[in-house]
Design a binder for this molecule. Structure first.
Ligand code: OAD
Length: 234
């Protein structure tokens, strides 16, 4: 049976594709207030601004390509069972060939009617619509008459896929973290569910402090760090 690798990714894995991160100097949250463009409160107050922000994200996504780090993560599937658990709302892991991707914070290329929810998971997947890279405007409505909203986990909302992500991390023989500042919970706490014997690798060019002696920090950008990680598996 193949060993299992859980790969936890953040904006840093897509940085070399040309997508900005959120919290680095000049990052998205330097230029936009997340409470205005990416929060439940912001949506309630000014949905048009939120739609415009994600229209812009979708448009950027049309222009970029997966990089070598996405490709090396996908290539791990040759020898391992790989679960990618990403905080990213881009589709670059899928476009690089990864076949098991859990999007903790939603997907920029999808929308859903704003009023479909249930107590268990906050929304029902069956109403999610793939719009690709097209813009969505105020007045674009689902058959039930509800305004379409981004299929994004806004600040202030539950993270419906967190339980599945915990199971996948707990089942992994190796945990790999790439390009996340580990500032946003519950995603930031996922690595703590790694089995005691599972090694944890962290690829990030910045000093990211994790209080776990198992963590091996590969201090490099994602493409270089992934080459090093793959070399260490041999
Ligand atoms: P951040 O912007 O918080 O962190 C990006 C991380 O990537 C930092 O640790 C950088 O040092 C690292 N980094 C930068 N360039 C890199 C490169 N070339 N290779 C590897 N690493 C690099 O982004 P996230 O941790 O992903 O949520 O942010 C988490 C969540 O906060 C996002 O999913 C988003 C945001 O608000 C929502 O919008 C719901």
């Amino acid at each position: 049976m193949k060993k299992r690798i859980a790969v936890l990714t953040g904006a840093g894995v897509s940085a070399e594709s040309g997508l900005g991160t959120y919290r680095d100097n000049g990052g998205l949250w330097d230029n936009y207030d997340p409470m205005v463009v990416a929060s439940a409160e912001g949506w309630a107050r000014n949905p048009g601004l939120v739609l415009d922000f994600y229209n812009m994200q979708r448009e950027k996504l049309r222009e970029v390509q997966p990089n070598e780090a996405h490709r090396l993560i996908a290539a791990l599937e040759k020898d391992y069972t790989v679960d990618v658990i990403t905080q990213n709302v881009d589709n670059l892991h899928e476009r690089a060939g990864s076949t098991h991707v859990v999007h903790l914070h939603g997907e920029a290329t999808k929308v859903r009617p704003e009023n479909t929810c249930n107590d268990y998971d906050g929304f029902s997947e069956k109403y999610v619509v793939d719009v690709g890279y097209d813009a969505v405007r105020l007045g674009d409505k689902a058959p039930n008459g509800a305004q379409y909203r981004p299929h994004i986990v806004f600040f202030g909302e539950a993270v419906p896929k967190i339980e599945r992500a915990v199971e996948l991390v707990a089942a992994a023989d190796i945990v790999l973290i790439v390009g996340t500042s580990l500032q946003v919970y519950p995603a930031a706490g996922l690595y703590r569910y790694a089995r005691p014997e599972a090694p944890i690798y962290l690829i990030d060019p910045a000093d990211v402090t994790l209080c776990d002696s198992r963590v091996h920090h590969i201090k490099a950008v994602a493409t270089k760090g992934m080459q090093e990680f793959v070399g260490m598996l041999k």
